[in-house]
Ligand binder design. Structure first.
Ligand SMILES: Cc1cc2nc3c(=O)[nH]c(=O)nc-3n(C[C@H](O)[C@H](O)[C@H](O)COP(=O)(O)OP(=O)(O)OC[C@H]3O[C@@H](n4cnc5c(N)ncnc54)[C@H](O)[C@@H]3O)c2cc1C
Length: 472
């Protein structure tokens, strides 16, 4: 929207910036940087908690810091030639604390300021066109955007009403764990539930996973959830499907703080059946955090000056996806300001995702069912993880699978899934194949090294019918 020059705030106003970003998570940081890089534009970050966001302190970083040693120890137990590997609980929690910088964001603030992006600490709220009122410790500050206000406010957990009065653990408690509940019930069967079950079981909790549906990780290929169920069960987790919780009660609730047990025992009722646990973790999903940012109830289409990105946008709630979108949108803003044509965005940009359970689950693009539902005529090929010796070498009992979903009309990859040790490392090749629209006939000439897990690609491509292997 063109701006009336008469209403432009003076350039020297210290509270006026070209881009005002509410939320300094990874996505906010990226858009503040990319929208201004190589231009005269200015941006500011408004942050209510810690610069670095959920990802750095309560989500990706601490969860992966906890999971890696768990995976290494578990793998070592299945590698003849290695003895004595065991988890050191205190050292593991210290490793987590190190990776979350002891919940101190000085490093990230330093990065922002070094990049010429000031940080205002406080809660930001839209208060007019291109205007944000920030409630800081010192009072309210009005910040004005010459061009855009960006909502990079992330997401918040959705907690069903049933659990409202029991001070249940959320994902922040699970990643910030300090007291290990002897008996833990986890509600949910998605990524957070499966990952948290993995590290909390390894730390000593007796975990019961209550899943409403009939499988784990229901956005992945069905076989993926089954491999994870099998592994969790072998690790001692009780996985129950079709579990409808009817009541949840905790007599004594205590304000003990993050990662500590929040009171007395919790009773979970499933009809007539009763389960008693020392803590309950509710991991039933997240929604964009837009409730307290001053959006009008009947917002309709957002005006051109207002942009939502990252988890706040409702797109795939993944750090790498939000950061990618922030780069694309940021570069567009920077290009518009400098009269440049923005970089074109490829036709197909699929969303990759890795679940850091043992075994890992990784997929990109469409599952077979999603591709069929979208109207594609597909050829799907699946091979067991052990089909390549490089994959089997990773641990003695390696199980999992690799799957390709290919479009019959174009011979291009629509989706790929890998389940197995370090499976996440196989994913980028599939992402490149999809973005580059490489047909299977050409992919066959991308020779994987022997003996690596990447040779699963050979098995997949060789398993396709002849017409996908030789140009017509
Ligand atoms: C347990 C767990 C593990 C995860 N693991 C992974 C993983 O391994 N890989 C992956 O890709 N994704 C993972 N995710 C998802 C990932 O955390 C999010 O996709 C990512 O954090 C989104 O980044 P964001 O910048 O959009 O939001 P956030 O990281 O949530 O940042 C938003 C920021 O905005 C601030 N804010 C909100 N409202 C206001 C306001 N009104 N005023 C001022 N500041 C405000 C918040 O304080 C916060 O700092 C995980 C999520 C969870 C819960």
């Amino acid at each position: 929207m063109a701006q009336n020059p008469d209403t432009r705030p003076p350039e020297s106003d210290p509270r006026t910036f070209d881009i005002v970003v509410i939320g300094a998570g990874p996505v906010g940081e990226n858009i503040a940087q990319y929208a201004t890089e190589g231009t005269e534009l200015t941006s500011v970050l408004i942050e209510a908690e810690l610069v670095g966001g959920e990802c750095s302190y309560w989500a990706c970083m601490p969860s992966k810091a906890l999971l890696r040693p768990v995976d290494v120890v578990e793998t070592a137990h299945h590698l003849p030639g290695v003895t004595g590997a065991q988890l050191d609980r205190d050292a593991l929690l210290r490793r987590r604390d190190y990776w979350v910088s002891d919940y101190n964001d000085a490093g990230q603030v330093g990065w922002a300021e070094g990049a010429g992006i000031p940080v205002i600490r406080g809660h930001g709220r839209l208060s007019g066109e291109r205007q944000v009122t920030v409630t800081t410790a010192e009072g309210e500050v009005l910040v004005t955007a010459r061009r855009h206000v960006v909502l990079a406010t992330g997401s918040s957990p959705t907690v069903p009403e049933l659990y409202a009065g029991v001070a249940a653990w959320g994902s922040r408690d699970a990643t910030g764990v300090r007291e290990i509940p002897a008996r833990l019930v986890i509600i949910g069967g998605g990524v957070v539930a499966c990952e948290a079950a993995t590290w909390l079981r390894a730390l000593g909790s007796r975990v019961t996973l209550l899943v409403r549906g009939d499988r784990l990780l229901d956005r992945a290929e069905p076989a993926a959830g089954e491999h994870v169920r099998q592994a969790l069960t072998e690790a001692g987790v009780t996985v129950r499907f079709g579990a409808e919780v009817t009541e949840c009660v905790r007599e004594e609730v205590a304000d003990t703080g993050l990662g500590r047990i929040h009171g007395g025992p919790v009773t979970v009722r499933l009809g007539a059946e009763e389960l008693v646990a020392d803590e309950i973790l509710v991991a039933t999903g997240r929604r964009p955090r837009l409730a307290d940012v001053g959006l009008p109830e009947d917002a309709g289409d957002a005006p051109e000056w207002l942009i939502a990105v990252g988890d706040a946008s409702g797109e795939a709630p993944l750090t790498h996806w939000g950061k990618y979108r922030a780069r694309v949108i940021g570069e567009r803003i920077a290009a518009a300001a400098s009269g440049r044509t923005p970089q074109p965005v490829p036709e197909q940009v699929p969303v990759p995702q890795v679940v850091f359970t043992t075994p890992q689950v990784a997929w990109v693009g469409l599952t077979e069912q999603a591709a069929r539902d979208a109207g594609h005529d597909v050829e799907a090929i699946e091979v067991p993880w052990g089909a390549a010796s490089g994959a089997s070498l990773l641990r003695e009992d390696a199980h999992g699978m690799a799957k390709l979903v290919v479009d019959r009309a174009t011979h291009r990859v629509l989706g790929a899934s890998f389940v197995g040790p370090e499976a996440g490392e196989l994913l980028q090749a599939a992402t490149i194949a999809i973005v580059g629209q490489v047909p299977t006939e050409v992919l066959r000439h991308a020779v994987p090294s022997y003996p690596t897990a990447s040779e699963l690609w050979l098995r997949l491509l060789d398993g396709l019918p002849t017409e996908f292997r030789w140009p017509a």
